[in-house]
Design a binder for this molecule. Sequence first.
Ligand code: GLU
Length: 471
Amino acid sequence: MAQQSPRYRFAPSPTGYFHVGGARTALYNWILALQTDGVFVLRIEDTDDSRNHPQWTQGIIDALAWLGIDSTDSHFEGPYFQSANAGLHIDAGEKLFAQGRAYYCDLSTEDIQSRANVSGRQGYDGYSRDRGLGPGPGHVLRFRVPEGSTIVQDEVRGEVVFDNATIEDFVLLRSNGSPVFLLANVVDDMHQSITHVVRAEEHLPNAPKQQMIWEALGATPPRWAHVPVLVNEQRKKLSKRRDKVAVEQYRDEGILADAMKNYLMTLGWAPSGDTEIVPFQKMIDEFTLSSVNHSPAFFDIIKLQAFNADYIRQMTVADFIAACDPWLTGERATWDTSYYDARIFSAMAPLVQTRVQRLQEVPSMVDFLFCEMPVIDDASFTKAFSQDWAVPTLQAIRRGFETVEWNADALKAIVEKVGEDNSLKLGKLQAPLRVAVTGRSVGPPLFEPIELLGRDATLKRIDEVLSRKVS
Ligand code: GLU
């Protein structure tokens, strides 16, 4: 018989921005589907009306597309919506009841608690197992957990054995008849012929229960893989209240999709060789679940930014310029775009490209070129002009600039000469000039932008600062 091609799935609940942990799980599934010429099913688990919103669903689809998990690719299937399958979930619950694998129970939460208080054992004690109840108001349907143990073969963690005595008879259908996550998730996986469930470790305790449901419904369970959680630098699980976890936020700051993909893949896994920064194809060629680390992975923003800086440097200048566009003239620009001049930015781009970690840093490196007068940062001004030599040397530079041939090398030579005359190193001496021209004490190399700015504008800026200093 022909081997069925593997069917992976990613099953997010659309309850907020797209979490980086979810993105990593999605990438693992996507890579596995590509590797095996299998299928990646996107299923939106939208059954919790109080927490789901359509805009989050669109956000997930957009963020997946940004990461290259592309709905037009032949390996992609969906999105399916869990809410559309409620009938199937309920049918499965009723089938389990008809087979005696599930039973109805009318105990309220308070009843269960008082019984637990008396027995001293927490949780539900199977009270209604043999009471022969049928469906009715206030009745929930519970799975009859068999005796023995359940072995989950996990591709990341190996064999995980659960003692069934520690698993209470769990609810499948609520008293209003609606299916719970455990059941809906299994029935959808079954209906969508999923062969591999690769998901976050927090779902490992659900696996034995879900495996029991699969078996009770007469189907072969999928292969399981539970990937370790992501933690912050305090080793606490990444949380959307405490940590920066939204993929959309990193995208909007100018983390490149390729850098994000590469970094997420290295959380708990490493490609062969001496660098973790590798082409996506190498990750497809080499990734295996069995080589994923068991321990929690530290989501290190500093390292992500360093990956991004590397990816930025690898771009052609033309691609870099195009990638910056949203921050320069597009929807992410935070300045008056009417001053923007693409020709000037193209000349500056190679200098900027090697100095930024995220694209959102680009405007602050070039904004002084696209305005009448830069806004002078007070602290930089005070520091640059704190020495006695600052004003006279800037005046000398200004005199040189009045007549020099206007190009970066000649401008630099003027400043160096003033430095020699005053026994000052270039780095020190150019600080007042930098503040005058750019408004700041740090930035890209100075003489290329001064050349681009032109003589008149440069002299005007120097005069402005000198007059400020004198007044
Ligand atoms: N909807 C679940 C979640 O977002 C995923 C369950 C699963 O992958 O099986 O946590």
